[in-house]
Write a protein that binds this ligand. Structure first.
Ligand code: ADP
Ligand code: MG
Length: 623
């Protein structure tokens, strides 16, 4: 029985082992994968001295007949039929029937195995690639592999091993990964007879995380599950503010296979920016499902490292998913978990009474802002409104102040009301066509296009802000990732200081990726990405240029104004008063930023003419 037999291809095996069996943990990895492939529902892994004196991997899988067991040690013998194209896919484990002969060539290797068809098990012992014996053994169905004296025959390799603690840590890490990835398999890990962890088959990911990594981590994670563009990302991520001192609990699985991937790990770390202190790392157990063709696995011989063929897509998807989960959590916690306090997103005025906040930032939410509120307010009652400038052709300037003819207006502040009254004693008549405010000016009737007026006020307010370098940047609650094509990326990168002057806070974030950290106060958070992209497109076309700041600022103020929306309901008359006051403090109150009229006045003379009257008795008959 104890016939010594040198396996064929021994040299090739040792060479392959050199590539694939880097350290004890690589053996554990290969053997655990084989057990999973064999349909095991229980796998026990034991090691001693960081795996250098012993590694035992035992499973209750299908096991092997004697014939199969001997065959499995032949180079390129595999029961896992694969097509050549499968080599590019991530869906199969193992690697091309090389693991067992490779391991057996550089260790003392004992295999004990039994399949369902046989009463007796088979035991094969190999030392440094030489077969020592093949014999019967008592064995439950399944396979037990025991490896000792790793690299004894190749002292050069043994020298490269790190400390026992380090090698042990690699094994623990490896078994944890497989235990997480295979919820239908129960895992036990022992170090020299002592149980390190035990996870039950069929448990949820969260309870497995609890069993494998401890309760504290399991209680500090959020579930995520999202789909996009044929990819699905699910798993657990640390709650905002929960961090660790190392990356050890940042684990990634692509198509259920543990992988190392810079794209995902960068995406994760960046997404926690602002949520955890500098120098700390988030916790994540992330599972990405993606078509195997979209992944390049031939980066590392043991397929540990993978690359995405469309890196930016994968990264964008991961960042968005993680940020959304963090945002939901932060919102549900009422913002208390944030490292920095950030105010609610700024909005363009949707109602007129909000219009006053367009050029200042004094809403209660913004008071919480870390950025100082702007000193300037264009239209407080103490500022007498600037006289209206000459009207463009075809537009008569509004009439001079006259005694009020209209109904009483409810104005909160008497002095504000007073200034309106003195400058332009228009009385508000009503709301027409869903967009015009109608006034009696005493010398005629005015139709005010409220949206156009708001646009003018916003536009000039922004111009003044730019001129006086009072552009205010609103920090975003959560930084928004933006992905650009390479040319746009380069354009933006070059123009970053310029964008800062415009009120954007944008930071480069890896190749072709940026992070919007702050936006001008007038810009809504949800429009930030689109608007930034629009500006970058203008940069590329040359219609926007950092060295022609005046032109740029005008363009931006116009684009900002164009975002003003029509009111949905009739404004309050006191809000109209305020709008008028602001409008007439503008340089060009009679047009919107594009030069279209903001108001139309129909003079008394015109009215008389239309009524075909010559001698009009001005007064009570009208209104
Ligand atoms: P591969 O996994 O690529 O097939 P290996 O050298 O790892 O190559 O294994 C060779 C063969 O040995 C496998 O195809 C399988 O048939 C058999 N085998 C290995 N380990 C086990 C196991 N734990 N249980 C059952 N069969 C196994
Ligand atoms: Mg294998």
């Amino acid at each position: 029985m104890a016939k010594v037999q040198v396996l064929p291809d021994q040299v090739a095996n040792q060479i392959a082992a050199g590539e694939v069996i880097e350290r004890p943990a690589s053996v554990v990895k290969e053997l655990v994968e084989n057990s999973i492939d064999a349909g095991a529902t229980r796998i026990e892994v034991e090691f001693r001295n960081g795996g250098t004196s012993l590694m035992r991997i035992e499973d209750n899988g299908c096991g092997m007949s004697r014939e199969d067991a001997l065959l499995s040690l032949e180079r390129h013998a595999t029961s896992k039929i694969r097509l050549a194209k499968d080599l590019d896919c991530l869906t199969t484990m193992g690697f091309r029937g090389e693991a067992l002969p490779s391991i057996a060539s550089v260790s003392r290797f004992q295999m004990q195995t039994r399949d369902a068809e046989n009463e007796a098990g088979t035991e094969i012992l190999i030392d440094g690639g030489r077969m020592l014996h093949t014999r019967d053994c008592g064995m439950p169905q399944g396979t037990r592999m025991s490896i000792s004296k790793l690299f004894n025959t190749v002292p050069a390799r043994r020298k490269f091993l790190k400390s026992v603690a380090t090698e042990a840590a690699h094994i623990v890490h490896c078994v944890r990964l497989y235990a997480l990835a295979h919820p239908n398999v129960g895992f036990t890990l022992l170090d020299d007879g002592r149980i390190l962890f035990e996870s039950a088959a069929g448990d949820s990911l969260k309870s497995r995380v609890g069993a494998i990594f401890g309760r504290q981590i399991a209680n500090s994670v959020l579930e995520i599950d999202a789909e996009e563009d044929g990819m699905r990302l699910r798993g657990l991520i640390g709650k905002p503010n929960f961090s660790r001192s190392s990356r050890h609990e940042m684990l990634f699985f692509v198509n259920n296979r543990p992988v190392e991937n810079k794209t995902l790990s960068y995406a994760l770390v960046e997404s926690y920016y602002g949520h955890i202190p500098k120098g700390r790392y988030p916790v994540a157990f992330l599972f990405l499902e993606i078509a195997p063709e979209r992944v390049d696995v031939n980066v590392h011989p043991a397929k540990k490292e993978i690359r995405f063929r469309e890196e930016a897509k994968a990264r964008g998807f991961a960042v968005r998913t993680i940020l959304n989960a963090l945002k939901d959590e932060t919102e549900s916690l009422g913002d208390f978990t944030r490292v920095e306090t950030k105010p609610a997103a700024p909005r363009l005025p949707k109602r007129l009474d909000e219009a006053r906040d367009v050029t200042s930032s004094e809403t209660p939410a913004r008071k919480a802002s870390s950025s100082p509120p702007p000193a300037r307010r264009r239209l407080v009652q103490s500022d007498p409104p600037a006289p209206a400038k000459k009207a463009p052709e075809g537009n008569k300037p509004p009439a001079a102040p006259q005694p009020s003819l209209g109904k009483d207006r409810k104005v909160e502040s008497p002095s504000e009301a007073e200034s309106v009254r003195q400058e332009r004693n228009w009385s508000y008549l009503g709301w027409a066509q869903g967009e015009f405010a109608v006034f009696d000016t005493g010398s005629g009737v005015v139709l005010l296009n409220v949206k156009a007026a708001q646009q003018r006020v916003l536009y000039e307010g922004l111009l003044t802000d730019f001129e006086t370098h009072k552009v205010h940047c609103q920090k975003l609650l959560l930084a928004q990732p933006v992905e650009l094509d390479p040319v746009s990326s380069a354009a933006l990168e070059e123009a970053l200081p310029f964008f800062e002057r415009l009120g954007f806070e944008v930071a480069p974030f890896g190749r072709n990726f940026f992070r919007i950290e702050g936006v001008p106060t007038w810009l809504e958070e949800k429009d930030a990405e689109e608007f930034l992209k629009e500006l970058v497109a203008m940069l590329r076309q040359g219609s926007l240029s950092p060295d022609k700041e005046g032109v740029a600022v005008d363009l931006i103020a116009k684009r900002a104004a164009a975002k003003v929306r029509r009111l949905r309901e009739e404004p309050r008359s006191e809000d109209l008063d305020r709008l008028l006051e602001r409008l007439f403090a503008c340089q060009k109150p009679l047009t919107d930023p594009d030069g279209r009229p903001s108001l139309i006045e129909i003079g008394a003379g015109e009215i008389d003419r239309r009524f075909q009257r010559r001698n009009r008795n001005r007064g009570d008959e009208l209104f």
